[in-house]
Design a protein around this ligand. Sequence first.
Ligand SMILES: [Ca+2]
Length: 187
Amino acid sequence: MISIIIGFVSCKKNNDSLQYPDSIEAGETNGLGIRYANISNDTMFFTSPESDESINIDINGDGINDFVLLYSASASSSHSGQYKAIKPLNGNSLAIQNSVGHYIDTLSYQSEINNQLTWSSEKSVLSTSDQGLNGSYFTGIWFKVHEKYVGTRVMVNNHTEYGWIRVDLNNEWQFILIDYASTIGYE
Ligand SMILES: [Ca+2]
């Protein structure tokens, strides 16, 4: 009789029985099925003459990294350039502006993040710049952006978990990860 009860309890905790929210609002930090990672203000800085840094994010806290923030920059007397991007891992996705160019969208506070957004599993650009004697070139839409949100989508065991990453790219020469959150399964 005892073994039957144990079997029933363990079965109930199986992931298949969990429910998953089908959306999250940008900046939403609490509620049923939401996991929030507290403010870290983890910052990647430019150090002369060139930098190449990254930060891994396990957005749903299951021990498996889901996204990598990428920052590189260089500067000399005749040239400066910077590259800010995010790479989804394991088939995860980022909300992009549209299907052209893979530019990560700038979501405002309380924007709805769900299956209606345009999603890409490719490495996608926040902003790049290249300025030198031959001219200036820019890509992406995250220039002088203060506290906007990146929409994220993670696939776990045939379930979809939506989330957000808040970054501050107000200063061209640094990349600040502020905080992030994800929907997770709940009973
Ligand atoms: Ca994870």
